[in-house]
Design a binder for this molecule. Structure first.
Ligand code: GLU
Length: 269
């Protein structure tokens, strides 16, 4: 049977396109190899959450998460500077992962079952706890005083979800960054702000006219976030091994001491 020439041409074109997509898929499969070839890591980090990720007076991004990323770059690429940082916030960090804009995030992100349906997490590298910050002269003395109050949060954070559940009658004011959230608190637009004790600690260091209430009412295990699937498998496994090493050789404890020397987490649940 003789096929018309036009048919054969179309058939060959389809094969070509299919093989091209096949190649593209193959290349995309392994992010670890891609990073090795590229010679640098692209990490999504916070610019608004001292002491985990913030921009210093010298316009450099610094913090616990930044140091952690540099350790990872050193152990994968042999160079602490082989890393590019991209800013993420509480509400856009998952999209930055799923869209492939970053290789992973190191961004004060709590590992939760709900988030784990969309992205993959490393093992935890730090455990924070949700807390509340108020002005020193506030009448709010413990968490129960928050009922009916104006509470400031960062949109998309676990703190936002938890506080909405705990105080359905409170007025919740959400902001895109912690910088904006704290400015609102300072301007008196809210009575309290709630987030992880780590981030509150960072604000209080610079703003001693605010205090952190004693109670911690959640556990917030921080994990690095990755795109789901085979493509990130080798990278995730490698980073989990690196994290294990960093825990074993005392690096994670040193980072806690470097960035949060006086943070007492004995209240953590
Ligand atoms: N760790 C919490 C979270 O993942 C609160 C801090 C943050 O906004 O990153 O939502």
């Amino acid at each position: 049977m003789k096929f018309p020439r036009k048919f054969i041409l179309v058939f060959i074109s389809i094969l070509f396109i299919v093989s091209l997509t096949g190649c593209a898929k193959k290349q995309e499969k392994d992010l670890f190899t891609k990073i090795k070839e590229r010679g640098k890591i692209i990490a999504g980090v916070r610019y608004d959450a001292r002491p985990f990720g913030f921009v210093n007076e010298d316009q450099q991004v610094r913090g616990f998460d930044i140091d952690l990323c540099r350790e990872i770059a050193y152990r994968i690429l042999g160079n602490r500077d082989a890393i590019e940082f991209q800013q993420v916030t509480s509400s856009n960090r998952i999209f930055s992962i799923t869209s492939g804009a970053v290789d992973f995030t190191a961004a004060t992100m709590t590992i939760t079952p709900k988030r784990a349906q969309i992205i993959d997490f490393s093992n935890p590298y730090y455990i924070a706890g949700q807390a509340v910050m108020v002005p020193k002269d506030s009448e709010i003395n413990d968490i129960s005083d928050l009922a009916g109050k104006r509470i400031i949060v960062s949109l998309g954070s676990t703190s936002e979800m938890n506080i909405r559940q705990m105080f359905p009658d409170a007025e919740i004011l959400g902001f895109r960054t912690y910088t904006d959230a704290f400015s609102a608190l300072r301007a008196g637009r809210g009575d309290a702000m709630t987030t992880d004790d780590t981030i509150i600690y960072g604000f209080i260091l610079e703003n001693p006219e605010f205090i952190m209430l004693k109670e911690r009412f959640t556990q917030e295990p921080y994990g690095l976030g990755f795109k789901k699937g085979r493509e990130t498998f080798v990278l995730r496994e490698t980073i989990d091994m690196i994290l294990e090493d960093l825990a074993r050789d005392g690096t994670l404890t040193r980072l806690k001491e470097k960035w949060m020397p006086d943070l007492d987490n004995s209240n953590n649940v």
